[in-house]
Design a protein around this ligand. Structure first.
Ligand code: SF4
Ligand code: SF4
Ligand code: SF4
Length: 212
């Protein structure tokens, strides 16, 4: 049943409006950190396309032309919506939904150098991190899941097998997310048993989950 505000006493109406205002303001303010700066939307499994400049520069260099979004043959790049404030319109890849197949077409069309040309194997969108508590192979004695290993475009380089269990090699992992997309384990928090952390975007291990 909807509330007819006009039938309410003025104080109640004012309160409802105030609640509406604070709820809307809350929704807008949540993405801010303690310093009042908007948090980057780049986080676990939410990554910039290949060759991206650092997150510090990205929102000012990207002109939101949408060329990378349009050219991606896999439709993995999505522009961020208006709720993302200064990051609205900038491109992000949610690798759980659709990973990056490293075709490098988006890099070729970026007119501002926000995506810098880079060799496929040198791409560093992030680093895949295995959650050994959640991974079937690490956790279940008879589990033979090696999906991440099988789907990795740099199999035996970026992911190797250690006694039939997957291990990520940081030097060769591109952060493409094919392993994340293929992993059959989804945890309660929405993460997979292997996740890509955008550690290079910030120059720190922000958002890094356990691995050891
Ligand atoms: S490299 Fe290819 S698959 Fe990856 S985001 Fe760019 S256009 Fe899409
Ligand atoms: S380990 Fe995962 S993220 Fe890294 S290159 Fe292989 S499939 Fe891509
Ligand atoms: S795909 Fe997932 S569950 Fe399977 S071995 Fe890789 S991380 Fe473990």
């Amino acid at each position: 049943m909807s509330i007819n505000e006009d039938s309410l006493p003025i104080k109640r109406r004012t309160l409802l409006k105030a609640v509406g205002f604070t709820t809307a303001a809350g929704a807008l303010l949540r993405p801010f950190n303690a310093l009042g700066l908007m948090r980057s939307p780049v986080t676990t499994n939410a990554l910039r396309p290949p060759g991206a400049v650092s997150e510090k520069l990205f929102p000012s260099k990207c002109i939101r032309c949408g060329r990378c979004v349009e050219v991606c043959p896999y439709k993995c790049i999505k522009p961020l919506d208006i709720h993302q404030g200064i990051f609205a319109g900038t491109p992000v890849i949610h690798v759980v939904d659709v990973p990056c197949y490293l075709c490098m077409k988006c890099v070729e069309v970026c007119p501002t150098g926000t995506l810098i040309p880079i060799a496929q194997e040198e791409t560093k969108m992030g680093l895949a991190v295995i959650d050994k508590h959640a991974c079937k192979s690490w956790n279940e004695e008879l589990a033979l899941c090696r999906t991440c290993y099988n789907v990795c475009p740099f199999k035996d380089k970026a992911i190797k097998l250690d006694a039939l269990r997957p291990v990520v090699m940081e030097k060769y992992c591109t952060g493409c997310g094919l392993c994340v997309h293929g992993c059959p384990v989804t945890q309660k928090n929405g993460k997979k048993a292997i996740n890509v952390e955008p550690i290079y975007a910030f120059g720190t291990s922000r958002g890094m989950t356990e691995n050891e």
